[in-house]
Design a protein around this ligand. Structure first.
Ligand SMILES: C[S@@+](CC[C@H](N)C(=O)[O-])C[C@H]1O[C@@H](n2cnc3c(N)ncnc32)[C@H](O)[C@@H]1O
Length: 236
């Protein structure tokens, strides 16, 4: 029900999204890129990737990064496909059930999407699942520590069926730690006199035993997009 509203909403917004939200997108990109600390040849999954703006910025800044994106909205993904061509593997799917195999990525990012996730714990557990041991999580979203965001959250809960809820820094920290990330650092910052965001950076805890095996490591083991990006987790 909830994700249906998200899909309908972004089906309508997709064609105008980049233009309409350009200030907000630019600020998010700037703040998220600074905290990603991506290295050449790392594999990144962007969850709720929308029109692919973050992946485009990463591709321009860091050579040879392997990019993948998942989003629930086919229309947003269509814009991302036009933007990125074969520069990224794009899959329709929900954050709560990611269409990628265990341990597939070095980094998972998500920007401006977490407040839509109906089951944030399941989404974070999925992000942990698709990360390799010690892989990094970087989430940027609205920050409820700021009054403007709290008011907006209440209004959207009443009038926007697509919206789910926003979080403060301590709530987000608890959720991220609960999903198996440690340490977790959360920065909050204003992007205008009114509006505030936060970025959480965490590392997937590598269990001492019973660790799920990650994908092959090293340059020689780089995956062939067409064949080896496993999708055994129920792509929709
Ligand atoms: C505000 S847009 C952000 C897009 C992009 N990350 C950005 O920063 O420009 C939110 C995106 O999250 C996606 N989304 C919302 N809930 C989702 C879910 N449960 N699973 C996957 N994608 C979801 C929407 O379809 C939409 O493309």
């Amino acid at each position: 029900m909830g994700t249906k509203a998200v899909v309908e909403t972004y089906g309508r917004l997709a064609a105008h999204y980049d233009r309409r939200w350009s200030f907000y997108i630019e600020a998010t990109l700037r703040e998220t890129l600074r905290r990603l600390a991506l290295q050449p040849r790392e594999r990144l999954l962007d969850v709720g990737c929308g029109t692919g703006v973050l992946m485009e910025a990463i591709a321009a800044a860091i050579p040879d990064v392997e990019l993948a994106g998942a989003d629930a909205s086919p229309e947003m993904l269509a814009v991302a496909r036009r933007r990125l061509g074969d520069g990224a593997l794009l899959r329709e799917g929900q954050a709560e059930r990611l269409p990628f195999a265990d341990g597939s990525f070095d980094v998972v990012s998500s920007t401006n999407a977490f407040h839509y996730f109906r089951d944030p714990v399941a989404a974070l557990e999925e992000m942990a699942r698709v990360l390799r041991p010690s892989g990094r999580l970087v989430i940027t979203d609205w920050c409820d520590d700021y009054l403007a965001c709290r008011i907006c959250d209440l209004w959207l809960r009443l009038f926007d069926r697509a919206h789910f809820r926003t979080y403060g820094t301590e709530e987000l920290r608890q959720l991220v730690e609960q999903a198996g990330f440690r340490p977790v650092r959360i920065d909050r910052y204003k992007i205008s006199w009114l509006w505030g965001l936060m970025t959480a950076v965490g590392r997937r805890v590598a269990a001492e035993s019973g660790e799920r095996p990650g994908p092959p490591q090293g340059r020689a083991a780089r995956w062939n997009r067409s064949a080896a990006w496993p999708t055994d987790c129920g792509a929709s």
